[in-house]
Design a protein around this ligand. Structure first.
Ligand code: URQ
Ligand code: ZN
Ligand code: ZN
Length: 486
């Protein structure tokens, strides 16, 4: 099956050019002006539009069992919704219950993801520690294409890991050439503050941000950064939401430490006033962690994204409908945490990023696709419109406008955090491995067409990083020894 995308302007993270793209057998086979194509090739007219790498959302939770319920979006509906918005790959999370096998959990998530209609991969969460966990991390890294391991520093008495396990797991990641990632909130402080807020008689969603102030995130971000520095790892911090986290990353990066930061489309545009909405359901629909912050944090996040202190954008797509959120009707700590966004991330970032001049088109491609592919070691197979890459492409109409609403979105959830937002810049045609899967507002997806993407470990980078960081960490010790020897 072959496809010719004609008349568009290709935008990659490192350049733009007016050229056609020819795809065959799921790969990009040729790029150039006025390409000829076989007579039976499907032709997509991209005149006046941009031809970009399909979006990669490095942070989703389809059908996640969490807080006593299961996220409403599954791998089929969630990847379909992503395709409708120009996202052609997700990196989801295997989250084993503590004291259960990482490999068994991995197999379970692989089975759930069989129904995906776009490509996918998995970070694996380390939610407890034992020799078996250590061994399973090796199997996952060496034989299952997992090169990133997640650590929740929050969610005490559930999936949170203490510092001891962070250290053990980070050390194991270094051995394997895998990158540790963290959800950076101090779970002990959250637990303490939740009790304090409830004692004040505050049970509604307005209590959620009160129990997780930015300092709680800044402390954990810095702690993870320091652990990575001493052990010698690079580090990826997910969903940075506030100034305090950005400051921690900035300091580390200015010292040459290899720390990568992710920001959610929601945290860039939604503020904490949502928690004071008079309608309980609306306020509860926005309960996620870290919470939406006071408005002033948004400018910090945008500038960090523009200046390369934050690298990727994601959604943390983890949907719960009103009846599920109502589990916390009398106690905000019981409201399942999570919101959606996989369908709207790219339009929202184009409208508020490129549309305002904050981001160039190339920077847009970088933060919605290429950076995630590079950090998680699947570039240029993914995250690039180049010969030999997977034909995961979005034809982007910079003039198309739409108003985002739960009434019209494809996401399987009854609320949209961007409800009512009018955005200019939308996917007109989405192509997944050389097949048109979305065009003229219609999804043309096939359940199960998505495939698992192996992500190789990267020992070489780690050797270099480890040497630099270990040398820096040991310097004080050497100085003492030199003094003693004088
Ligand atoms: O913390 C996460 O990333 C998962 C459990 C989704 N929920 C959320 O509130 N972010
Ligand atoms: Zn998280
Ligand atoms: Zn998450």
């Amino acid at each position: 099956m072959s496809l010719l995308i004609r008349g568009g302007t290709i935008v990659n993270a490192d350049g733009e050019m007016r050229a056609d793209v020819y795809c065959e057998d799921g790969l990009i086979k040729a790029i150039g002006p006025d390409l000829e194509a076989p007579r039976d090739a499907r032709v997509v007219d991209a005149g006046g539009q941009y031809v970009m790498p399909g979006g990669i959302d490095p942070h989703t939770h389809m059908q996640l069992p969490f807080m006593g319920t299961v996220a409403s979006e599954d791998f089929f509906t969630g990847t379909a919704a992503g395709l409708a918005g120009g996202t052609t790959m997700i990196i989801d999370f295997v989250i084993p219950a503590p004291n259960t096998s990482l490999l068994t959990a991995y197999d379970q998530w692989r089975e759930w993801a069989e129904k995906s209609c776009a490509d996918y991969s998995f970070h694996v969460a380390v939610t407890w520690w034992s020799d078996q966990v250590r061994e399973d991390m090796g199997t996952l890294a060496r034989e299952r294409g997992v090169n990133s391991f997640k650590h929740f520093m929050a969610y005490k008495n559930a999936i949170m890991v203490p510092d001891e396990n962070l250290v053990q797991s980070f050390a194991r990641c270094l051995e394997l050439g895998a990158i540790p990632t963290v959800h950076a909130e101090n779970g002990e402080l959250v637990y303490h503050l939740q009790a304090e807020v409830l004692k004040m008689g505050i049970t509604g969603p307005e209590g959620h941000p009160m129990s997780r102030p930015p300092e709680v995130e800044g402390e954990a971000a810095n702690r993870a950064i320091r652990v990575a520095q001493v052990i010698g790892n690079p580090l990826y911090i997910v969903h940075n939401s506030c100034r305090e986290a950005v400051e921690a990353i900035t300091r580390a990066r200015l010292e040459g430490q290899r720390v990568y930061g992710e920001v959610l489309a929601g945290h860039l545009l939604i503020d904490d006033s949502v928690y004071r909405h008079p309608d309980w359901d609306v306020a509860a629909a926005h309960v996620m962690s870290p919470p939406f912050r006071p408005k002033e944090h948004q400018e910090v996040l945008w500038r960090a994204l523009q200046s390369g202190i934050l690298h990727t954008t994601a959604t943390d797509h983890c949907c719960f409908c009103a009846d599920q959120k109502a589990m916390g009707r009398n106690d905000f700590t019981k409201i399942p945490n999570g919101t959606g966004g996989v369908e709207d991330r790219m339009s929202v970032l184009w409208h508020h990023g490129v549309g305002t001049g904050r981001l160039t088109r190339q920077e847009f491609v970088k933060v919605t696709s290429t950076a995630a592919a590079q950090i998680f070691n699947i570039y240029p197979r993914k995250g690039s419109v180049s010969v030999g890459a997977d034909a995961d492409i979005v034809v982007w109409d910079p003039k198309a406008t739409r108003t985002i609403s739960a009434k019209t979105h494809h996401q399987k959830v009854d609320y949209n955090i961007f409800e009512g937002m009018s955005v200019t810049g939308n996917a007109s045609t989405t192509i997944s491995r050389g097949k048109v899967v979305y065009e003229k507002g219609e999804l043309k997806v096939e359940k199960g067409a998505g495939r698992y993407v192996n992500r190789p470990t990267f020992p070489t980078v780690f050797e270099a990083v480890a040497k630099v960081n270990a040398a820096r960490a040991l310097k004080p010790v050497q100085r003492q020894q030199e003094k003693a020897a004088e």
